[in-house]
Write a new protein. Sequence first.
Length: 292
Amino acid sequence: MESFDSPAQALASFERFYGDTVCPGSAPMTATEREAAEARASLGTPTAEPEPHTPEPEIVPAYTADPGDHDAILDEFLDANSDWEKWRTWSDDTTNAIHESQTLRIERVHEAHPREIAWTVAAYETPVSDRLWHLTATGSTPAPVLQTLLDLLANGDGWDIPLGSPAAKKNVTTATKPLTEAGWTHTVDGRWLRWTHPSNDTGVQFDAFAAQRPDSLLPTWTMWAGPSIDQPTWALRASPSAPALMIADLAEVLALHTSNHLRTAPRRAVLRTTTPPPGIPAAPAQSSGRSL
């Protein structure tokens, strides 16, 4: 047996005798190890479960926006505002919601056609006085616009500035400022002032003739989306004395959510109708309690 004075001498001797038979790397697998490796490979690696896909809200033209669940929107509004009460009627087709002051009222027609009037909001000076102003919305009105309207009813800020006041011109400017700032096209066609999105499928119209007649059945304001104002997919209409700030807030949400698009669910098919705005009955004398 050789003895060495240093590790270097030992490595040199090993290389001299065995250098031709030594291969770098790990030792080759034995037959048993090879069989085990082949068995593991045949089983394969379990496929990871894919993460659930959350679809992004679809961006669609404003006039094709799905209105959402209007009944659910009304129920949420009533649940969040205890000063509003739901009143039962003789028919399940309609729900009346009345503010505790009995000077603000909502009529909701549940099975209205998408282009028929499904909502009527009315304001009164006293519970037994004539109607001061009213606003209607069709059954296909998009949820963001409708929710803004109900939020305004809950807050009621600035409603002491009716559009039918002597400062009507200033009020029109106030109401349409969000549209002007959003770059909508302003045109004048006789008695009608119009603000239209560049796509021409969303707009707001002011009828100067109707604004001069507080008792007129013609709407002073029309907010719409669709092929044209004469054939709207949905429309919201307000009477002459509707509050300027309410119209301005609705115009603002329309301008913000349109850029001609609303983030919403896919469209529902709709048809056109020309049903006139219904009136809202006086507050019922008795209630059978609020529905849940």
